[in-house]
Design a protein around this ligand. Structure first.
Ligand code: GRF
Length: 187
C-alpha cells in the first residue's frame, strides 16, 4: 500500500496526533505522518513528533507571510493530505484551494450543531440529550465542510464540561482513524 504523505496541524495537547501516529504505524493504515505543524511553540503535542522522529515546525501566525511558509514546507515534505487535530487557526482560502478535499478536521460536537469554540459549555447550557464528535472536510466556512464520520453518546445528568470533554475525546480516537480509512478505501 502506498501511504499518503500527511501533515498534522496542532496547537495544544496533541492526543489526536498521538493516536493518528499509532495508527499510521500499522502497515494497512492509508497515511504516513511525515510532518507536524504547530502554531504554538509550547504545544505539548510536539513531544509525540519528537518521540517518533517526525519532522516538526513552528509557524508564527503573527507574521504576514505565514501561509506561504506553511505551503513551502508542505511542498518540501511532499505532503498530499492534511489532518487538523486541535489546530486553533483558520485555514486560508489559498491553502484550501491547493489541497481541495485533502484537508480534514476533527470537531468536538455533532456538527452542524455547536460550531466554533467553547462547545461543551454551550452543549450543557442548551440541555442537549446527546453529543459527540465530527470529522469533516475543511472548506472556507468554519466547521462547515462535508461530514465524513460522526460518533455520539448520551449526556448524563452528572456530566460537566470536563466529563463531556473526556467522553468526546474517547470517541475522537475512534472517529479520526475511521474517517481516514473511509476516505481512502476506494482511492
Ligand atoms: C479535540 O478535542 C478536537 O475535537 C478539537 O481540539 C481538541 C484537540 O485535542 N478540535 P488534542 O490536542 O488532540 O488532545
Amino acid at each position: 500500500m502506498v501511504k499518503r504523505r500527511t501533515c498534522v496541524f496542532i496547537s495544544g495537547k496533541g492526543s489526536n496526533l498521538n493516536n493518528l501516529i499509532s495508527h499510521s504505524r500499522k502497515s494497512n493504515f492509508p497515511i504516513k505522518i511525515c510532518l507536524v505543524i504547530s502554531d504554538n511553540k509550547k504545544a505539548k503535542g510536539i513531544i509525540y513528533a519528537k518521540k517518533y522522529k517526525i519532522p516538526y515546525i513552528f509557524i508564527n501566525t503573527n507574521l504576514t507571510n505565514y501561509e506561504n511558509k506553511i505551503i513551502l514546507n508542505l511542498k518540501k515534505y511532499k505532503i498530499s493530505f492534511i489532518c487538523l487535530a486541535g489546530y486553533m487557526k483558520i485555514i486560508s482560502g489559498k491553502l484550501i484551494n491547493i489541497y481541495k478535499k485533502k484537508i480534514i478536521n476533527i470537531h468536538p460536537s455533532l456538527l452542524p450543531k455547536f460550531k466554533g469554540l467553547n462547545t461543551f459549555s454551550r452543549i450543557l447550557k442548551n440541555k442537549e440529550v446527546k453529543t459527540g464528535c465530527t470529522v469533516h472536510y475543511v472548506n472556507e466556512k468554519l466547521d462547515s465542510g462535508n461530514i465524513i464520520t460522526q460518533k455520539f453518546f448520551y449526556i448524563k445528568s452528572g456530566n460537566n464540561e470536563q466529563t463531556l470533554k473526556e467522553n468526546t475525546q474517547k470517541l475522537e480516537y475512534k472517529a479520526f482513524p475511521e474517517a481516514v480509512i473511509k476516505i481512502f478505501r476506494y482511492n
